[in-house]
Design a protein around this ligand. Structure first.
Ligand code: SF4
Length: 372
């Protein structure tokens, strides 16, 4: 389970969240954030560490999102199996599947450092060990639950990959343990794609750790090791997966995120995202943050039902998907678009082209109906 975010975010963000403990950034959250980089609402909620599922509930929306308790329990059980006996199964996989001479591999537990579980402390210790291993002093080390730092929307996110392992083909590899099965060597492509996006977050964070330590990032593999159950058994199976595409996309998307502090600074002084406050206070504060709803939000954001109703209410073209939004540049409401079509209103200079296209589309539709 992810640990608490131990370094408080910026004061304004912490004040917005109120007395609740901050929710940590996770690789899953970062990939969701980069899936909709234009959304100021999500950027501020995540940077402030707000519990979005609880917030959605407090304003009257069941998030209906996240893994089922059954799936979580299965994932935890599989993690336990892979890690059992000092990562015996992972070491077997490295030896059998990837021809790594790891007979004498050993594991360093980074779940705590001398009894201290604070993320910044574990992150410092992770960097120290990485420098130690990268210098060639210890080539058979597996780091269990290391902590890596990454800048996200101007905030430091502390991330916990399942494991890092050294020297498969002389390079560091991120390891992800997932409980979806690989049947005859093939796992569900959607689940693998999601795991790859999260692994890319860890690889970028690992590059940052190398950079900070003055180590060559060429020592970091652009492939990660995915470990999942083989066929219908619980026997762990491992496969290296190339991440170059995901890394390029993620780097680009992270560079487009605006600083959450700057976005929060634009809110009224009375704004609050404290989930113990009244529904009215919360709703008006959420509304003050610009959202960028698209139907894909339903697959990754706890606020999606709230934002969908809001987009419905103002007839946002994005409610119908990015395709419609892109086809109606400058027109911020489908009602306005219909008024242009019906001749009830005249488009402005910036909207003429989109309105012409709409009329042409409507003409074609009428012709097709007439021909039918
Ligand atoms: S559901 Fe709302 S808050 Fe979440 S990403 Fe979409 S628009 Fe942003």
């Amino acid at each position: 389970m992810p640990s608490q975010q131990s370094e408080p975010p910026d004061d304004r963000l912490a004040r917005l969240r109120g007395p609740q403990p901050p929710q940590p950034y996770t690789a899953r959250k970062i990939t969701a954030l980069t899936a909709n980089p234009a959304c100021a609402r999500r950027a501020v909620l995540d940077a402030a560490g707000v519990d979005k599922a609880l917030l959605a509930q407090q304003v009257g929306y069941e998030p209906r999102f996240g893994q089922s308790p059954f799936a979580l329990a299965r994932e935890q059980a599989f993690h336990g199996l892979v890690k059992w006996g000092g990562y015996a199964e992972l070491i077997r996989l490295l030896r059998e599947q990837l021809s790594v001479p790891v007979a004498e591999a050993h594991v360093t537990d980074l779940n705590e450092v001398g009894g201290n579980t604070a993320l910044p402390v574990r992150e410092r210790e992770t960097r120290r060990l990485i420098a130690h291993v990268a210098s060639g002093q210890d080539v058979r080390l597996i780091l269990d639950r290391p902590v890596l730092a990454l800048e996200v929307a101007g905030q430091t996110a502390y991330l916990e990959p399942d494991a890092l392992t050294h020297r498969i083909e002389g390079k560091f590899h991120v390891v992800l343990i997932r409980s979806f099965a690989a049947i005859d060597g093939q796992a569900n492509p959607t689940a693998v794609a999601e795991a790859a996006k999260q692994a890319a977050v860890y690889v970028l964070a690992l590059r940052r750790a190398f950079d900070t330590a003055g180590l060559p990032i060429e020592q970091i593999s652009h492939k990660f090791l995915l470990v999942c159950p083989k066929d219908f058994s619980n026997r762990p199976y491992g496969r290296l997966i190339d991440l170059r595409q995901e890394l390029d996309a993620l780097q680009f998307q992270l560079s487009r995120l605006r600083r959450a502090e700057d976005l929060a600074a634009g809110l009224p002084e009375t704004a609050t995202l404290d989930t113990t406050r009244s529904t009215d206070e919360l709703s008006s504060s959420i509304e003050a943050l610009d959202a960028s709803y698209t139907p894909s939000c339903l697959s990754f954001c706890e606020m999606a039902r709230y934002c969908r109703d809001e987009a419905d209410g103002c007839a946002s073209p994005a409610r119908l998907g990015n395709g419609v939004r892109n086809d109606l540049p400058g027109i911020d409401s489908t009602r306005t678009a219909l008024d242009y079509l019906d001749g009830v209103a005249a488009p402005g200079e910036a909207e003429v082209e989109a309105a012409d296209l709409l009329r042409a589309a409507a003409r074609l539709r009428r012709l097709r109906r007439g021909a039918a």
